[in-house]
Write a protein that binds this ligand. Structure first.
Ligand code: PLP
Length: 465
């Protein structure tokens, strides 16, 4: 049936329609006008295939999300069964559906002990957006209406709805877009580019000092929450120095500031655990947000996991007729929740977290061998969340000119050789499905060795090195 589906596509017709009508997210129009799109039409396990039948190893799990891999018929079946039985009904007021209820209970079981309440959204941005509204509502209900400001970090990525984009700290993402004046950005935790001569421990002190000074300057009475990805993803896979998150959380607690972990990428196995906050970073967030790997991308879904203490306030009756007026038509969508339940069943049954704990360190060590290439300045990340930073000069860490498009070059060389990785400016991101084996890692690293060698050659030919 897959081949029949493939045969029925008219590649040229689709390419033209796409060019005429589809505004792609995060698109470089100088490339789009010239080349249009690449249509990905089939997938299976660790592979995807384009409309012309070229097969690639998926090095980015779709977009950090297809954690259990592609083509899982049992997820498709669970979705189809739910769609035919009861595709959709409201969850507003006191209505519910079986998959949404079962999933909420399952998430409460998997999450750190104090997080037992789930608010559903449609993805990561809406999860973060809804969270900030709930946090503001929470402090309003407590009679602390001045606590509004949110602390985020430079280069954080939290999505692109208005509030989520305002939390996001990647300057280029908001270029010529407006943001809400509700957020103060602290420095990112970037060990590779930390100030010259500072040890990682001193760097951690430095970041923590900045947080304390910021709270002092703004006033704790004006700050509602701190939000962070346990490992910053789209901002460059930045792993904070040891102890950073737990020290930040302690300061937040002391100042009545909620600590929100955006685990949209780090959750559901990418670091070897369903949730990384407690298991890896020894924090107990008041709120954890998840999306992506929650349903392995088989259906759109996001969830906000809320502590017992917060829930007590949020669920205090407002008075006659008053309701908690926030949520989406698709909060707790039955088909998405059915996909997520099956996805979690697969992760548990196949020991996918265990695979990440076993293969992850091997992936890290093998990718680190790429540091022998002239342009590879840093190879970093953890387990199945990795990035390579390309530089012009390893000693000075100076970057190549933007027009060298080094990330694009590496990605294109890898793609020619059958591997899709993601270019983000001068970085390349590798965030595979969590079912890669050591053998796949060896194949990938061999391709990357050739891709980096070819990139160095082309940069020399073009006069950039
Ligand atoms: N938060 C993080 C950490 C993310 O990486 C992303 C997406 O990449 C989002 C939030 C936004 O999620 P979505 O694109 O599903 O709205």
């Amino acid at each position: 049936t897959q081949q029949q589906a493939q045969a029925s596509y008219d590649a040229q017709d689709l390419w033209q329609k796409d060019k005429n009508h589809f505004i792609h997210p995060f698109t470089d129009f100088s490339l789009f006008h010239e080349k249009g799109c690449d249509l990905i039409t089939n997938s299976d396990g660790i592979y995807v295939e384009d409309v012309h039948g070229n097969r690639f190893i998926d090095g980015i799990a779709g977009l950090w999300c297809v954690n259990v891999g592609h083509g899982r018929a049992e997820i498709g079946q669970a979705m189809a069964e739910q769609a035919t039985r009861m595709a959709y009904f409201s969850t507003f007021n006191n209505l519910s559906n079986a998959p949404a209820t079962e999933l909420a209970a399952k998430l409460a079981e998997l999450a750190p002990a104090h997080l037992n309440h789930v608010f559903y959204s449609c993805g990561g941005s809406t999860a973060n957006d809804a969270t900030i509204r709930l946090v503001h509502y929470y402090f309003n209900r407590l009679g602390k209406p001045s606590k509004k400001r949110i602390l985020s970090r430079t280069n954080a990525y939290h999505g692109t709805t208005y509030m989520a984009a305002s939390l996001t700290g990647i300057a280029s993402n908001n270029w010529q877009f407006d943001t809400l004046d509700l957020v103060t950005h602290l420095s990112e935790a970037n060990c590779y580019r930390r100030p010259e001569g500072m040890s990682k421990a001193e760097y951690c002190d430095h970041l923590v000092d900045e947080l304390e000074q910021t709270i002092e300057r703004l006033g704790a009475d004006n700050i509602a929450a701190f939000i962070a990805e346990p490992i910053m993803g789209a901002g460059g896979v930045l792993v904070a120095p040891q102890g950073y998150h737990s020290r930040v959380q302690a300061i937040c607690r002391a100042n009545d500031i909620l600590f929100i972990a955006d685990e949209v990428v780090t959750g559901f196995g990418r670091l070897g655990h369903f949730f990384a906050s407690e298991a890896v970073f020894e924090t107990q967030p008041d709120i954890i947000n998840v999306a992506k790997g929650l349903s392995s991308g088989y259906a759109p879904l996001g969830a906000t996991l809320i502590s017992d203490a917060l829930y007590e306030v949020l669920s205090t009756p407002q008075g006659p007729g008053g309701v908690l007026s926030t949520g989406f038509t698709y909060s707790g969508h039955p088909v998405s929740c059915a996909a997520a339940l099956k996805n979690i069943e697969i992760i548990e049954r196949e020991g996918i977290c265990e695979n990440v704990l076993e293969v992850g360190p091997y992936l890290e060590s093998q990718l680190k061998t790429l540091a022998s290439h002239e342009t590879v300045g840093d190879v970093r990340g953890s387990h199945f969340m990795m990035a390579i930073e390309n530089v012009a000069n390893k000693t000075t860490k100076e970057l190549l000119p933007v027009d060298a498009r080094v990330g694009d070059r590496v990605a294109a060389e890898a793609q020619k050789r059958g591997l899709i990785i993601r270019p983000v400016g001068h970085l390349n991101i590798i965030s595979p499905p969590l079912i890669w084996t050591r053998q796949v890692v060896d194949e990938v690293v061999a391709i990357l060795n050739d891709a980096f060698a070819a990139t160095t050659r082309s940069l020399k030919t073009d006069g950039y090195l």
